[in-house]
Design a protein around this ligand. Structure first.
Ligand code: ZN
Length: 158
């Protein structure tokens, strides 16, 4: 369900030949927002989308964890539609889904892999305990590849 407005050359270059991201740029401000969202939702998992251009993240779209659970998350479909609409209005794409792991490390759980249906986006996991974020892509065959998350110091106007 990733939105794909006019892709720039830079966007094309950031993608691996078979599609999917090679890396993701995340500003220190967005990292701070994810960290704060994750802490605010404790003991439950926090979740949401990252809007951006290609590999470059611009803004968070915080979502409600419909499961209200410390070990699961799911999106409300109506809210997903709102997020998609907001991205289109801003001329951005939904480039990543993020969620927090309150107790466990920043890696894809079996459930995370099973529920990762979008092969075009990055799945970001923020581990609250380790204060660490990692990104992954998941193919249709459920092959998980880590996508390096590069912290950058720019502040993007939304
Ligand atoms: Zn998870």
């Amino acid at each position: 369900m990733a939105v794909r407005p006019a892709a720039s050359a830079a966007v094309q270059n950031s993608r691996a030949p078979g599609g999917g991201y090679r890396y993701m740029n995340l500003s220190t401000d967005l990292m701070k927002e994810i960290r704060e969202h994750a802490r605010a939702e404790l003991p439950n998992e926090a979740c949401g989308y990252v809007m951006g251009d290609g590999d470059r993240a611009c803004a968070l779209y915080k979502m409600t964890n419909a499961d209200h659970s410390p070990v699961h998350f799911s999106f409300n479909p109506a809210e997903q539609f709102e997020a998609l609409h907001a991205a289109i209005e801003m001329g951005k794409e939904l480039i990543a889904v993020y969620h927090s792991h309150p107790e466990t490390p920043a890696r894809m759980s079996e459930e995370d892999i099973r529920k990762a249906h979008d092969t075009e986006i990055v799945y970001l996991i923020y581990a609250v305990g380790d204060d660490e974020i990692k990104g992954f892509t998941v193919t249709r065959e459920k092959t998980v590849t880590e996508v390096p998350v590069e912290m950058v110091m720019y502040k993007e106007k939304a």
